[in-house]
Design a protein. Sequence first.
Length: 128
Amino acid sequence: MKTARKLLHTRYRVDDLEATVKFYRDVLGLEELRRHKSPRGSELVFMKAPESEELIELCHFPASGPVRVQPDLTHLAFEVDSLQEFGKHLAALGYRYSDGPHLKPDGGGIAFVDAPEGYEIELIQRVK
């Protein structure tokens, strides 16, 4: 086959690797699968959502300069059971939605929270 077959991971470069790992682990519930240094010296941490196959690669590489995330450049989207309950979870950890939640009459909705470095995280509540 001469085409890409499967998305394996998405990389996000960060300045504060430990704060970002803590956010993805404690706030979003992702699991840290592995850590290692790349041949060029990047510190890499691979994280996974419980029901996903694709990974998120968090990369700390100071030689590239500070991370500057411009608004509305990119985001990761995660499904949650309830935006209301997730909002309570955020508040208990000292976070809040940066936008939303925006609920539809059919029971679906979206909201956003900012991860460290300013990367936007979208939370989606699907129609039941």
